[in-house]
Write a protein that binds this ligand. Structure first.
Ligand code: ATP
Length: 322
């Protein structure tokens, strides 16, 4: 569990993080998104104890990052962007060194290295010097280093950057598996990656969180309305004249031809509708009832969602902070 309250960070006169608050529940993978310079790395560095906040506070599994930094470091694994590794060491030497610097010596060090090698699929390259590894394998070594001490919380900065599509799939599968037991903050510029891996997303822009919520529904509040695309087996003229009997839903755009005897229409309803007096059911039911009463056969009905990319662009370009 991670709780951040009003975190701020100043570099000299420059405020890189301007009061960021969020909570990440145990066993969730949360995407931290934002354009370059939004303050993501700064937030991750604060949470992992690399930077003190200028103001505000954060706790990881109940331990305060300023008051209990060692307890925090014991519970967190951090994979910085372009994982810093020692290229002339073998995987075995590097992980043994990383284990001993975490206080895992002797049998416990061996066990920790063995477990993270297994989790990250590194057995075949265990005695290979890191400089001879592909970028995908180096990233795995970075992940193995981050999970050596079996932390409850993982903070990963761009873990798939620079990898080829096969390596990306492998690292994502690894993160997904790790996320089943651990709380993961995943910083990424790849929005499809956030969609594929993250239950929730936090979007930062200019030092602030501009949106937070479940990956699938975060766009609803922005959109302000629920939208449907409907394909009907019906005559366009009859559909047009039946529009007047729609209750709270309204058509948007023209009626389109969707093949022989079929038309496509788009309808929208305000999100606040369900809360309004006298409105029973929901817009989807309304649309269905309307089609049935008009005698139109529904060939397809799709609820339109804003993609994470559309949301990101809207929040990080159109709504600039003052
Ligand atoms: P990116 O996606 O490019 O990594 P980011 O969202 O991680 O960006 P940060 O690296 O946190 O952003 O940087 C936020 C702002 O703080 C940027 O304007 C950056 O130039 C500035 N900044 C970061 N680190 C320092 C530092 N050590 N000293 C001064 N300014 C810094």
């Amino acid at each position: 569990m991670i709780e951040a309250v009003d975190l701020m960070k100043r570099y000299g006169d420059y405020e890189a993080v301007k009061g960021v608050s969020f909570t990440v529940g145990t066993g969730r993978i949360v995407g931290l998104l934002g354009p370059n310079g939004a303050g993501k790395t700064t937030v991750m560095r604060i949470l992992t104890g690399y930077h003190w906040p200028s103001a505000g506070s954060a706790t990881l599994d109940g331990f305060d990052i300023v008051e209990n930094p060692f307890e925090v470091k014991r519970r967190v694994g951090y994979l910085p962007e372009n994982a810093p590794l020692y290229p002339d060491l073998t995987v075995s030497e590097f992980l043994s060194f990383a284990a001993s610097s975490r206080g895992l010596e002797g049998a416990s060090g061996k066990e920790a290295v063995g477990k993270s090698v297994e989790a990250c699929g590194l057995a075949t390259v265990f005695h290979v010097p890191i400089e001879k590894l592909s970028k995908g394998f180096r990233q795995r070594v970075g992940l193995a280093q981050a999970i050596l001490h079996d932390p409850d919380i993982l903070i990963l900065d761009e873990p798939t950057s620079g990898l080829d599509p096969n390596q990306i799939l492998e690292i994502r599968a690894l993160i997904r598996a790790l996320g089943e037991k651990k709380t993961v903050i995943l910083c990424t510029h790849i929005l499809q990656e956030a969609e594929a891996l993250c239950a929730d997303v936090l979007i930062m822009n200019e030092g602030r969180i501009v949106a937070a919520g479940a990956t699938g529904t975060i766009g609803d509040a922005l959109k302000g309305e629920e939208r449907f695309e409907l394909t009907l087996k019906a005559d366009a003229g009859r559909v047009r004249s039946a529009f007047s009997s729609l209750r709270a839903v309204r058509p948007t755009g023209d009626i389109e031809n969707a093949g022989p005897g079929a038309v496509r229409i788009r309808l929208a309803a305000p999100l606040s509708l369900a809360a309004k007096d006298g409105y029973q059911g929901g817009p989807a039911e309304d649309v269905f009832d309307w089609a049935v009463s008009g005698g139109f056969k529904i060939l397809e009905m799709r609820r339109e969602c804003l993609s994470l990319e559309e949301i990101f662009v809207k929040l990080t370009t159109e709504e600039k902070q003052p």
